[in-house]
Design a protein around this ligand. Structure first.
Ligand code: CMC
Length: 428
């Protein structure tokens, strides 16, 4: 028998709300008939308590610091899988057989080039354009080249998803090449996903680029741990935009735009800028911890806090380990790593951060790794987007294939003026 909850209203009526239970025991009140039965809606600023959908892709337990893609713990995937295999898992629901993986890799490889005309779009951007602006614009522009979803957008376009997986590294690398005034490097289909991206970023037509396997491995891990995170801001945006039956390119471009902000994916850029500022300021960590506690300052410790994780972010643990290993393998020292560690220690021992349960999140250490790889600071969020792409695709696909899907259309509580007359301009 379905469990029900009762809501008693002041007029004496009682409304029954079914309790929906997820596969990991999560319980939710189904309020879908609440308005029809009572005239009431719910209000939940920032959607902190609102389940916008049922989803079988990713499970998070924020209290226990658990993150699983399709049931597999992130720690196992980060250690044993590859980004391409993890993408297959997220998009298709199961780990691939060897043949399925080979075919998936081949399909992606076949689509890595961009239409030659796309190159000329880059000429129109200013040299100092933020690479996220270029990424979102060029991704959206792909819908003008691949119009097969226009007219039948309700059908999931698997091919367009493959195109996106294949082309996003090329678009991203070209955005970087534009910013440094170097010639664009074409994809090299003899290389794997991460190797190909690194050669397009750092290769030059005039000399052979030696791909460092240490960087390839670190990049692969970073992409895996960013690959999905259930109903975060950009993924919810993707589902919402897809719900109007927008095509896949417009849908993913909207996810890129939502990711850009510094409360979300843009935090990785803000973290490094903050660490640089602290470094230039003589490394006075205590001053910045004090500022973060002072609401008047408007300053927050970037890379700290999370809506869901309240004990630790499992991705931050993996990244921190990777970061130490990468810097020692590359024989690099980065004073920002020392500052980051000092800052983490100071915050974790501070009552404000303890009480509010604010811990380092995925973005806290990722920038130090990107920096060690030679990725420019303003391209850090682009790296996040490369990683998050299979998650966005998986959610758009899951949404599209759900026979009960409807357009996303939240309600509101109106707080503006009541009806008033229009006053002509000469009488105001
Ligand atoms: N530094 C100082 N105080 C903080 C911080 C921080 N980084 N984060 C939250 N707080 C305080 C906040 O002021 C509030 O205090 P009070 O209850 O006294 O008003 C309390 O903690 C709860 O914060 P909130 O803003 O209501 O929490 P939220 O769940 O709405 O926001 C967040 C989550 C991640 C946007 C926020 O913690 C934040 O702004 N962090 C810094 C930006 C960041 O690192 N973002 C990356 C998130 S992880 C990757 C991703 O999602 O892309």
């Amino acid at each position: 028998m379905t469990e029900k909850a009762e809501v008693k209203l002041s007029d004496g009526t009682t409304i029954e709300l079914p309790v929906v239970v997820g596969s990991e025991g999560e319980r939710a009140l189904d309020i879908s008939k609440l308005r029809a039965e009572s005239g009431l809606i719910t209000i939940d600023s920032g959607y902190g308590n609102t389940g916008s959908c049922s989803s079988a892709i990713t499970f998070i337990d924020g209290e226990k610091g658990i993150l699983r893609y399709r049931g597999i713990p992130i720690e196992e995937l980060a250690e044993k899988s590859t980004f391409v295999e993890t993408s297959y898992l997220l998009i298709n629901g199961t780990l691939p057989s060897q043949t399925e993986l080979t075919n998936f890799q081949k399909e992606i490889t076949r689509h890595t080039m961009l239409y030659e005309h796309v190159k000329s779009f880059y000429d129109g951007f200013p040299r100092d354009a933020h690479p996220m602006a270029i990424l979102a614009s060029v991704v959206c522009s792909l819908s003008s080249f691949y119009q097969d979803e226009v007219g039948n957008p309700e059908e999931t376009s698997y091919l367009n998803s493959i195109r996106l997986m294949a082309k996003l590294p090329t678009i991203a690398a070209w955005a970087y090449k534009k910013s440094v005034g170097q010639p664009f490097m074409y994809p090299d289909n003899s290389l794997n996903y991460c190797e190909n991206f690194l050669q397009m970023m750092f290769g030059l037509p005039v000399e052979k680029y030696e791909i460092d396997p240490v960087l390839v491995e670190a990049l692969d891990t970073l992409l895996i741990i960013h690959a999905d995170h259930e109903q975060n801001c950009s993924t919810s945006t993707v589902r919402l935009v897809r719900s109007s039956l927008s095509n896949m390119f417009a849908t993913i471009a909207s996810g890129i735009c939502a990711l850009w902000g510094h409360r979300h994916g843009g935090a990785n850029q803000s973290v490094i800028e903050m660490l640089q500022q602290i470094h230039q300021d003589g490394g006075n960590v205590k001053k910045y911890v004090a500022m973060a506690k002072d609401k008047e300052s408007g300053f927050r410790l970037m890379g700290f806090g999370h809506r869901v994780y309240k004990n630790f972010d499992p991705r931050a643990k993996i990244i921190k380990k990777k970061c130490d290993a990468l810097l020692s393998k590359l024989n690099l020292e980065d004073p920002l790593l020392d500052i980051a560690q000092e800052l983490e220690e100071a915050a974790l021992n501070d009552d404000y951060f303890k009480e509010k349960r604010l811990y380092p999140n995925v973005d806290f250490y990722s920038g130090i790794i990107y920096k060690a790889m030679g990725i420019p600071v303003n391209a850090f969020t682009v790296m996040f987007a490369l990683g998050r792409l299979p998650g966005w695709i998986a959610h758009a696909k899951e949404y599209t294939e759900d026979p009960s899907n409807r357009i996303g259309r939240p309600r509101q509580v109106y707080t503006g003026p009541q009806e008033q007359v229009y006053v002509p301009i000469n009488q105001r």
